[in-house]
Design a binder for this molecule. Structure first.
Ligand code: FAD
Length: 655
């Protein structure tokens, strides 16, 4: 296996290194700057739609690198991975190839908010992404550092004040021209690394930041508003020094569920998956944090830190006296390292070791590489169009962490969409947007461009008003068909498969509606399953399937001649049948809300004690935000259409 990996890598590097920056003379359709998760999807998507593309990145060997935790997906993020896959992106297939521990989070809740997640083998993920990029026609990959953008006055016939026509390479290597440029510099734009009292320039440990010229061009030449964000990563610890017997073991799902619609199985066999372990912090951890504060410049600058993935320092300072979870996650099948999720920290390395050893399972742990923090520039994303082009700058697109997001999945999803639009612009095709009603990607981009960010943006299912229809199971039906027919980023093989599935599911649902019986008769038929039904009217197979206890397989046993042919879709049919009434109801609610968007909400409403059916979480969100209108209330992340309908009814009644 090792030999195979080495051969793949050698083959890849020899092809890429043969293209040095100063050999590149002709004009490309698209240049992508940065080979992180946004950059790789952008380059691949631009290539898929037919644009001749150049990917420039600092180091080819870090293409597909997972800078922080070796995991993919989760609640909200898993939806993004499925959508990237539905649009033929690389990330889902990469996860299936590299996953070593698969699980579906939130299984106790409805399938609309399930979160597929996998621990990955870092090396394998990189290997997959690199090998896929290498195979792509029309894509050239080079190592190098982009120092600056080539900016000129915009074509008077095109909208916008400026036009970006290429990039200038560092070290006098020269200029490379393109019709569109996508910048995906992640945490590297004017990046600074923090450990203890030491600060040094860098985008990731051991890697230099982006050249200062790029920040300067964006800020001074193009007049864009930039901000500064921060994040951090835990120390990596040596597996043999962890006492796993003092932690709680968590096994993966016995049957791993692939991320990709085109994979029936994951690469890792179910029995070869690795466990994760859970442990907790102790009061000793809190003591070390407090004692080390004066030696920790990252936390001194901002004790709160990012809300999502906060450091152990900020968790302890915000919630003193609490036990915090620490997940001990494998870094790969053959890796001798463990990733302690929840212990991101920036104190000096000797104190990091002291802190870790306050946790019983880590009492004799050794560190391979210490944790550190990073601060970097981001571009305020309200300066972008929904197709991720910078407003007023022809040919310039931004994607990933540079737009104020955090996470591989958020970066990949934006990268894909920016790559599509950069390619389309270069090929003189009109730009395209994704709506909030059709995808989580649309929700994320709309949030970014219409509300901006004050802290790193992360995807949650609660951000999507239409989450009952934006499900994991139907991402292919929502996006693959459009991706082929209109966008042009989906292969014909994937499209044919999505068409076949769409046809099969459609037929199955028609068949389900056509089969009606009295509930008495159904009861007899399904007596063995122990179903009781109070209704005595005629009900359809679809309505029968809406009972929690009734599976599609049960209906197949009642009407084998009708339903057997659809058995391969059984889980999808069940989910579709259960969610259909909710989706229709939600659509009606949204139409009502849209009609009354401008309704003014009384400024003195006491949301915390309002006599309507609202969850505590929604009450708190409304109380904090105090929206002026119903439209502003529905756009608050976490506020559901159902909650807004209750609010609407209450206000109408009391007026
Ligand atoms: P990146 O993955 O950062 O990739 C940027 C790429 O651009 C790099 O390959 C770089 O070499 C290249 N590049 C940059 N400038 C140039 C240039 N001028 N010329 C050529 N190439 C260039 N995410 C989480 O969700 N949770 C976390 O807890 C978390 N912690 C993190 C901690 C650290 C220390 C770091 C560094 C990142 C962390 N992340 C975390 C963020 C996660 O890594 C990013 O969200 C994700 O990688 C962003 O993808 P991207 O493609 O935008 O950028």
């Amino acid at each position: 296996l090792k030999l195979r990996r080495l051969l793949v890598r050698h083959h890849f590097l020899s092809r890429c290194h043969s293209q040095k920056a100063n050999d590149v003379t002709h004009k490309y359709d698209v240049i992508v700057v940065g080979g992180g998760h946004a950059g790789t999807e952008a380059a691949a998507a631009a290539t898929r739609i037919g644009a001749e593309t150049l990917l420039i990145t600092h180091k080819i060997e870090t293409i597909g690198a997972l800078s922080c935790n070796p995991s993919l997906g989760g609640v909200g993020k898993g939806q993004l991975v499925k959508e990237v896959d539905a649009l033929d992106g690389l990330m889902g297939r990469g996860g299936d190839y590299a996953g070593v521990h698969f699980s579906i989070l939130n299984r106790s809740k409805g399938p609309a908010v399930w979160g597929p997640r996998a621990q990955l083998d870092r090396g394998r993920y990189r290997e997959f992404i690199q090998s896929q990029l290498l195979k792509m026609p029309r894509l050239t990959v080079i190592e190098g550092s982009v120092e600056d953008l080539i900016v000129s006055a915009a074509d008077p016939e095109k909208p916008g004040k400026h036009s970006v026509t290429g990039v200038r390479m560092a070290d006098g290597v020269g200029e490379i021209l393109a019709s569109s440029v996508v910048i995906t510099t992640g945490t590297f734009l004017s990046g600074s690394l923090f450990m203890g009292r030491t600060t040094s320039p860098g985008g990731r440990m051991g890697e230099p930041p982006s050249c200062a010229g790029l920040s300067h061009s964006l800020r001074e030449v193009l007049g864009l508003k930039l901000g500064r964000l921060r994040t951090g990563t835990p120390p990596r610890i040596i597996k043999d020094t962890v006492d796993f017997s003092l932690a709680e073991v968590h096994l993966p799902d016995p049957r791993p569920t692939p991320f990709s619609f085109i994979n029936k199985h994951t690469h890792c066999k179910p029995e070869d998956q690795l466990p994760c372990h859970l442990t907790h912090t102790t009061p000793g951890v809190e003591d070390v944090v407090r004692q080390s504060l004066h030696m920790n410049s990252h936390i001194q600058q901002d004790t709160k830190g990012p809300r999502y993935c906060p450091s152990i320092e900020s968790r302890v300072l915000r919630f003193p006296g609490r036990q915090h979870q620490v997940w001990l996650e494998p870094e790969g099948l053959t890796s001798d390292l463990v990733y302690p999720q929840g212990l991101s920290m920036t104190m000096p390395p000797d104190l990091q070791l002291r802190l870790l050893r306050e946790i019983p399972a880590l009492h004799r742990v050794e560190i391979r590489t210490p944790g550190y923090g990073v601060q970097y520039d981001f571009v305020c994303p309200m300066q972008l169009f929904p197709w991720l082009q910078v407003k007023g700058v022809q040919g310039l697109f931004l994607a990933g962490q540079i737009n104020g997001t955090t996470g591989y999945e958020e970066a990949a999803a934006q990268g894909l969409w920016a790559g599509v639009n950069a390619g389309r612009t270069a090929l003189s095709l009109p730009p395209l947007s994704l709506s909030r009603t059709e995808s989580y990607i649309g929700v994320m981009i709309d949030d970014l461009v219409s509300r901006g960010v004050t802290e790193p943006y992360r995807m949650f299912t609660s951000r999507a008003e239409f989450r009952t229809s934006l499900r994991l199971d139907n991402a292919d039906l929502r996006l693959t068909l459009r991706g082929f027919e209109e966008v042009g980023c989906v292969s014909s093989e994937r499209y044919s498969e999505a068409l076949r599935v769409s046809q099969g599911l459609g037929d199955a649902l028609v068949a389900l509606q056509s089969v009606t019986m009295s509930s008495q008769r159904w009861r007899e038929k399904l007596r063995d399953a122990g179903i009781s039904d109070a209704k005595s009217t005629l009900i359809s197979g679809e309505e029968m399937l809406q009972h929690k206890e009734v599976s599609f397989e049960m209906l197949v046993s009642v009407f084998p001649e009708i339903f057997t042919q659809y058995l391969e879709f059984s889980q999808r049919i069940k989910i579709e049948a259960v969610y259909r009434p909710h989706c229709e109801n939600q659509k009606r609610e949204m139409e009502r809300i849209q009609e009354e968007e401008s309704l003014t909400l009384p400024p003195d409403l006491d949301y915390l004690s309002l006599p309507v059916s609202l969850s505590d979480e929604v009450r708190e969100i409304l109380d904090r935000a105090r929206p002026d209108t119903l439209g502003a209330a529905i756009r608050l992340p976490g506020v559901t259409p159902a909650a807004v309908v209750h609010l609407l009814n209450y206000v109408n009644k009391t007026e």
